[in-house]
Design a protein around this ligand. Structure first.
Ligand SMILES: Cc1cc2nc3c(=O)[nH]c(=O)nc-3n(C[C@H](O)[C@H](O)[C@H](O)COP(=O)(O)OP(=O)(O)OC[C@H]3O[C@@H](n4cnc5c(N)ncnc54)[C@H](O)[C@@H]3O)c2cc1C
Ligand code: FES
Ligand code: FES
Length: 470
């Protein structure tokens, strides 16, 4: 098994074209497949470090260009995305939980070609064009031609998705744009959509529909545009009768299946309801979400010249560490088995429980989904790094004082997430703390004391900063 970190895009294309090559970006889909034994790549091409996460607004061409390696966390908070393509930000912010969003990329969401992919659904409604690059040059493909079926896309072996281009031009005479994102799942976080809906409707000064783009996911073998409904709405006024007919037509235009998440009937019902909500919501308009400000950019990782079996140089808990192991090895296993940092726990192994949470450049990520080679040159913090010598560090002390040390399996991961919040030095409401902890599961007691502990750690940190200033 070999693991490569190409130096640039050209080399990445060359390596990706080799027989048996498998591209890995954030790894949040691929590592789960490997863990479940669905595949065993022999030749890994890690592109996660390539500079393909730029977001550029070009007012002359009226496009927003988003690099394929843009993570969900970045999409959800980037000022230009919030301003020009709020649907993308709204879809990105509900992908998984913070640890997943810090790694998962939009290119991976598209290339994985899941019928339930949230961001792919939003990009369908945004009429995205996909820039695909290989050793033979680049081509651009409308997103409508990209998805071929579950897990199948128009990407040929050796091709990389490098950029998503969003046209910003709206139909002539547009006075108002309504834009909504709805997702139904069985939980509030870490959940695959039962139905996802992304809609944009353009109205003239007379409230007449000049055009609409309605996309749905998890209701057909691939993310889908409701083209029949779109043509029904053209030139219409959104009267209750028009809306009712459109909502009913939406349910007929999809081909859902019944599975563990929802029945086909319920998916039809949700699609109908979401279409209705979107069209009825003329009052609210298309205000972008009041997204939080983007956290500071992590420092650029140090240049890593190695590949394959390493040795990989990392900084863990402030100390330089050199690891000789295959680059595709799970970071979780390296921490526990090679470095004996056993505070990082092996729970689900699929990014669901948060027991394996570590900080990479200050951001929580699930170590079970991270290939070792992709964090070479980065700064890592494990729960061992939160202590103050032999004593608990401030976050750990807050957990003790709040009575939140519930079990040794989940609490280390909760403390690691809490440490990231404390380092941001922003006041957070209990609801925001709960959101930030949505990737850390507890199966025994509940979250009240854990949230108390994080709130206590935040207030102590704020106090100590005030004290330091006076
Ligand atoms: C716990 C959990 C929760 C999740 N929740 C959601 C959710 O709510 N909504 C949702 O939509 N998804 C969800 N996902 C799925 C996943 O996080 C997303 O699909 C993510 O965007 C994949 O991106 P990645 O960079 O991690 O892809 P990777 O795992 O690195 O790659 C996925 C596939 O795409 C290919 N690939 C990646 N990048 C490129 C590229 N630039 N060019 C060509 N091929 C490429 C890889 O070869 C691989 O086949 C979840 C996953 C987990 C584990
Ligand atoms: S999230 Fe990694 S072990 Fe559960
Ligand atoms: S804290 Fe571990 S199960 Fe509740």
């Amino acid at each position: 098994m070999t693991y490569h970190r190409p130096h640039n895009l050209q080399q990445a294309c060359e390596l990706a074209a080799r027989s048996g090559a498998r591209v890995v970006a954030g790894g949040t889909d691929l590592m789960v497949r490997v863990e479940k034994g669905f595949e065993e790549p022999q030749f890994w091409v890690d592109i996660s470090h390539l500079p393909l996460d730029e977001v550029r607004h070009d007012p002359d061409r009226q496009v927003l260009e988003v690099g394929a390696l843009c993570t969900m966390a970045r999409c959800a908070t980037h000022a230009k995305i919030l301003q020009h393509a709020p649907l993308l930000a709204q879809a990105a912010v509900v992908v998984g939980a913070p640890g997943i969003r810090n790694r998962a990329t939009i290119g991976g969401n598209l290339a994985n070609a899941s019928p339930a992919a949230d961001v792919s659904c939003a990009l369908m409604a945004l009429n995205a064009e996909l820039v695909i690059t290989s050793g033979h040059g680049s081509r651009t493909l409308p997103i409508a031609e990209f998805f071929l079926g579950p897990g199948r896309s128009a990407l040929a072996h050796g091709e990389l998705l490098t950029m998503v281009r969003l046209p910003l031009r709206v139909p002539e005479h547009t006075v108002r744009t309504l834009s909504h994102w709805f997702k139904a799942g069985n939980r509030r976080a870490q959940v695959i959509s039962m139905v996802a809906f992304a809609g944009r409707t353009f109205l003239d000064g007379d409230d007449r529909v000049l055009g609409s783009a309605l996309a749905v996911a998890s209701v057909a073998p691939r993310p889908l545009r409701l083209s029949h409904v779109e043509s029904m709405l053209l030139d219409a006024h959104l009267t209750p009768d028009v809306i009712a007919k459109a909502a009913s037509a939406a349910a007929s235009e999809i081909t859902p299946i019944s599975d563990v998440r929802a029945s086909a009937e319920y998916r039809r019902h949700l699609t109908s309801i979401f279409t209705q909500w979107h069209l009825e919501d003329v009052e609210q308009g298309s205000a972008p979400p009041a997204g939080r400000q983007a956290p500071p950019e992590p420092p650029a990782p140090r240049e890593v010249g190695v590949t394959g079996e390493g040795p990989w140089e990392l900084r863990i808990n402030g100390r330089a560490v050199c690891v000789k192991a295959p680059g595709s090895r799970r970071l979780l296993d390296v921490l526990r088995e090679d470095l004996h940092l056993t505070g990082t726990k092996n729970g689900c192994g699929e990014g669901e429980c948060g027991a394996c949470m570590v900080l990479v450049d200050g951001r929580p990520v699930n170590a079970c989904l991270v290939p070792l080679g992709s964090v070479a040159g980065h700064d890592l913090t494990t729960v061992e790094g939160l202590s103050a010598g032999d004593s608990p560090g401030p976050v750990q002390q807050a957990f003790i004082d709040a009575g939140a040390v519930q079990c040794g399996f989940c609490i280390p991961g909760c403390e690691v997430t809490a440490q990231a919040l404390v380092e941001l030095e922003e006041p957070l409401s209990r609801e925001e703390i709960a959101q930030a902890l949505s990737g850390n599961l507890c199966r025994c007691t509940g979250y009240v004391k854990i949230i108390d502990a994080v709130a206590l750690a935040l207030s102590r940190r704020a106090e100590s900063r005030k004290g330091g200033r006076s």
